[in-house]
Design a protein around this ligand. Structure first.
Ligand code: NAD
Length: 489
C-alpha cells in the first residue's frame, strides 16, 4: 500500500531543524524492499544543540521552567499528546506498518497503547505532587525529615525498532511526567512515527526543548548522546551488545542508566494443559510482531508425555498463520525489519541445521512472496542446549523446542540462559505455577498466557536482559532523584 511519508527534519528546541551535516538515511519498506522516503541523520553537532535546548528548557527565566512545573501542568500536555495521537491514529498506525513491516492491526493496537501510556503518566504526574514532602518518622523528635522527588534533569532516551513509537513512549511519557527534559534517539531502522510524535508535540504546544528528537545512526547520534557530559541519565532499550557499550561509556561519568536488553524467553508447557489452547499461546508468544519481541517466548519446553500431540497441533496452527504484506486483511506475520535481519535469521536456521537440528516447519521465504524480507513461521526441534539457536536471541519468527520429564528439569532448562526477561508457564495446576514462578530467573512471568503487557505493571529483565524497570510507578522513579531533607527543630 502506498501511503505518503511526511518529509521531516530533526526536532530541536520545538523547531524542525535540518541536521548540520545535511545527511539523510533512506527508509526501506521491508515488505517491498522499496525506498519510500528518508529521515534526517543527526551527528554529534546536532546532539550538542539538542542537549543545550533541553538544558534551557529545564530552567527558563520567564516562570515557565519545566523542572518546577506542577504535575497538573505536565499532565495537561501528556493528555493533549494522547488525544492528538488518537486523533491521528489512522495515519500513524499506517506509517508504522509501512516502516516496520508489522501487521496493520498490530500497529493499531500499539498506537492505542501509546496513547494509553501518555494518559497513564498524566495521572502519575499529578500523583507525584501529592507524594512530595512525604514525612519520614525518625527516632529523635529534635529532627524532622521528609523526602523530595525531583527530576533527574536532562535525559537521553535511546530506543529500538520493534515497537518504534511504543518503546519510545515507555521512556518519553514517564520522563516528561517526572519533569525531565528529554532527547529521544529512535532506531534508524524505524523512526518515522517518532518524528510524527515530534509533530504532535509541536501541535499541542509542548514547551520548546522539553522533547527533542534526533533520528540518526547509533554510533553517530546515539553514542554522542549517551556519553554527553550534560546528559544526566541514559535510558536505553536495544540489544545487549549496544547496552554494554552504553553502560561502559556511562561508567566513565558515573552516569545512571537503565537497560532493557535482549532475551531468549522460555515457555513451559506442562502435561495437564488444554493442548489446543496451549498450542495457540505458544504460536502467539513467539510469532507476534513478526517474531521480533524482546520477550518472545522462543524456547518452547514441553512435557515429553504430550510433546507429539502438542507439536501436531502447533504445526497446524503455524500452517494457518497468514504471512503477507502488513496491509492485507488477516495478515498475522509480516516481514522482518531489514535485509540484514533477514539474512541473520536465515543464517541462524542454516547453522542450526548444520549442527543437526530439524526444521519442523518454515525455515525460508514463503513461496508466494517473491519480494520483501519474509520468513515463514519456523519451528526447530532436535536442538541441544549448546546450540547457538537455543542460546542466542534470533529476533525473528523462530521457535526452538525441547522436551522435559519433570518440573525441576523444566525449570533448570528454562534458567539455563544468559538472559532473564520474560517467561511463561502453562499448567492447570496453579500451585505448580506458583512454585515454578518463584524459581524462574526472569523479570516477568506470565501464567497460562504469554506476552500481555500493561503500562501499570513493571517491565524489565535480569541477567544479560538488563536492569531497572520501565512502566508503572517504577518507570517514573527512573527519572527522579530522591532528596532527603532533615531539619533540626
Ligand atoms: P540495537 O542495540 O541495534 O539499537 C538500539 C538503539 O541503540 C538504536 O536506536 C540504535 O541506533 C542505538 N545504538 C546503536 N549503537 C549505539 C551506540 N554505540 N551508542 C548509542 N546508541 C546506539 O537494537 P535494535 O536492533 O534496534 O533492537 C533489537 C534489540 O532490542 C533486541 O535485542 C531486543 O531484544 C531489544 N529490545 C529489548 C526490549 C526490552 O524491553 N528489554 C524491548 C524491545 C527491544
Amino acid at each position: 500500500m502506498a501511503f505518503p511519508i511526511p518529509s521531516r527534519q530533526l526536532f530541536i528546541d520545538g523547531e524542525w531543524t535540518e541536521p548540520i551535516k545535511k545527511n539523510r538515511i533512506p527508509i526501506i519498506n521491508p515488505a517491498t524492499e522499496e525506498i519510500i522516503g528518508d529521515i534526517p541523520a543527526a551527528t554529534a553537532e546536532d546532539v550538542e544543540l539538542a542537549v543545550a535546548a533541553a538544558r534551557r528548557a529545564l530552567k527558563r527565566n520567564k516562570g515557565e521552567d519545566w523542572a518546577s512545573a506542577s504535575g497538573a501542568h505536565r499532565a495537561k500536555y501528556l493528555r493533549a499528546i494522547a488525544a492528538k495521537i488518537m486523533e491521528r491514529k489512522g495515519q500513524i498506525s499506517k506509517l508504522e506498518a509501512m516502516d516496520s513491516g508489522k501487521p496493520l492491526d498490530e500497529t493499531e493496537w500499539d498506537i492505542d497503547d501509546v496513547a494509553g501510556c501518555f494518559e497513564y503518566y498524566a495521572e502519575q504526574a499529578e500523583a507525584l505532587d501529592a507524594k512530595q514532602k512525604a514525612p519520614i518518622s525518625l527516632p529523635m523528635d529534635t529532627f524532622k525529615c521528609h523526602v523530595l522527588r525531583q527530576p533527574i534533569g536532562v535525559v537521553g532516551l535511546i530506543s529500538p525498532w520493534n515497537y518504534p513509537l511504543l518503546m519510545a513512549t515507555w521512556k518519553v511519557a514517564p520522563a516528561l511526567a517526572a519533569s525531565c527534559a528529554t532527547i529521544l534517539k529512535p532506531s534508524e531502522t524505524a523512526s518515522v512515527t517518532c518524528l510524527e510524535l515530534a509533530d504532535v508535540c509541536r501541535e499541542v504546544g509542548l514547551p520548546p526543548g522539553v522533547l527533542n528528537i534526533l533520528t540518526g545512526l547509533g554510533p553517530e547520534a546515539g553514542a554522542p548522546l549517551a556519553c554527553h557530559p550534560d546528559v544526566d541519565k541514559v535510558a536505553f532499550t536495544g540489544s545487549t551488545a549496544t547496552g554494554s557499550k552504553i553502560m561502559s561509556s556511562a561508567a566513565q561519568m558515573v552516569k545512571p542508566v537503565t537497560l532493557e536488553l535482549g532475551g531468549k524467553s522460555p515457555i513451559l508447557v506442562f502435561e495437564d494443559v488444554d493442548l489446543d489452547k496451549a498450542a495457540e499461546w505458544a504460536a502467539f508468544g513467539c510469532f507476534w510482531t513478526n517474531g521480533q519481541i524482546c520477550s518472545a517466548t522462543s524456547r518452547l519446553l514441553v512435557h515429553e508425555s504430550i510433546a507429539a500431540d502438542f507439536l501436531d497441533r502447533l504445526l497446524k496452527w503455524c500452517k494457518n498463520i497468514k504471512v503477507s504484506d502488513p496491509f492485507e486483511d488477516g495478515c498475522r506475520l509480516g516481514p522482518v525489519i531489514s535485509k540484514a535481519q533477514y539474512e541473520k535469521v536465515l543464517k541462524f536456521i542454516s547453522t542450526a541445521k548444520s549442527e543437526g537440528a530439524t526444521v519442523l516447519c518454515g525455515g525460508s521465504r514463503p513461496e508466494h512472496l517473491k519480494k520483501g524480507y519474509f520468513i515463514e513461521p519456523t519451528i526447530i526441534s532436535d536442538v541441544s542446549t549448546s546450540m547457538q539457536i537455543w542460546k542466542e536471541e534470533v529476533f525473528g519468527p523462530v521457535l526452538c523446542v525441547k522436551t522435559f520429564r519433570s518440573d525441576d528439569e523444566a525449570v533448570e532448562l528454562a534458567n539455563d540462559s544468559q538472559y532473564g526477561l520474560g517467561s511463561a508457564v502453562l499448567s492447570k495446576n496453579l500451585e505448580r505455577c506458583e512454585k515454578v514462578t518463584k524459581e524462574l530467573q526472569a523479570g516477568i512471568v506470565w501464567v497460562n498466557c504469554p506476552q500481555p503487557c500493561f503500562c501499570q505493571a513493571p517491565w524489565g529483565g535480569s541477567k544479560r536482559s538488563g536492569f531497572g524497570r520501565e512502566l508503572g510507578e517504577w518507570g517514573l522513579e527512573n527519572y527522579l532523584n530522591i532528596k532527603q531533607v532533615t531539619e533540626y527543630i
